[in-house]
Design a protein around this ligand. Sequence first.
Ligand code: COD
Length: 307
Amino acid sequence: MNRSMKTQSFDQILKRVKGELNKTIAVAMAEEEEVLAAVSMAYRERLADAVLVGDEKTIRNISAEHDIDISAFDIVQADSEQQAVVRAVQLVRGHLADVLMKGKCSTATLLKAVLDKQHGLRSGNLLCHLAAFQVDAYHKLLFMSDAAMNIRPDLLTKVSIVENTIRATQALGMEKPKIALLAAIEKVNPGAMVCTEDAAVICKMQERGQIKGAIIDGPLAMDNAISHKSCEVKGIATTVGGDADILIMPDIESANIFYKTMAYLGCAKTAGIIIGAKVPIILTSRADSDETKFYSLALGMATSQRR
Ligand code: COD
């Protein structure tokens, strides 16, 4: 029996986190209009409180210029990008914040501080990116990893990515998410297509109880993962095909291209966070829409554990 509860839409995630206002976001280098607007909206919607780390004068000027209400937030002064990132990470380490959000700082500076062995936010797990998509063409939210962090994941890295995504989606109430390990074909092609071999091994690991908390199948081609009809036509007997919750991509290129295609051509509503660290990290870019920033924030809040 599939005991996995469907997460149908971002509204469902918003409902989980709206109204409580009992978690705090630490924003690293908050002197950016879009990020201030996103945390201000999150506060208005009672999703989260925020601590803004950065140059106080610049933060106040930007908020005044764009009429963004930041009056509810504490500001922690930082004189440089490096200092802002370190102080925001410190807030999380000191349990004064539950989620870390990238502001104007570079992704590289933020990830370096997060991965710092002594002062960072390592949990002992691998860090990976988790994206979520909402499209009319699919009957529920579709999660996907890893479009932004692990470049060429080997078998062990993929196992860690799978386990990270299970933990994150379980935090959203999905007891047994269905995971599709994607390749170009649904048959194992030894030697020639390594990702098909990795998929077969991961399935066996799940079958033997070495990976728990999910229903996993692969290799599956993209159409098999999301379309029952394509499985029928190809005669594939699968408990995941046509109903996947999570797609695990072979590498960063396929994942990143899928993400951008969904966003730009598929008109998907999207969200993206880094998982596997002590807390979720919201890593939106300037090119992301306000909606994506807000949904990413909601996904970060919903997957953060009380510490
Ligand atoms: N999880 C946990 N620890 C990690 C991870 C990870 N995913 N990656 C590196 N570490 C640890 C290593 O164990 C090591 O102790 C330390 O961090 C440094 O490792 P390096 O030297 O491999 O790390 P970097 O700094 O060279 O690379 C880490 C990045 C995440 C920056 C790198 O993997 C990367 O560039 N990824 C792709 C980012 C990208 O271009 N994305 C594009 C789309 S946004």
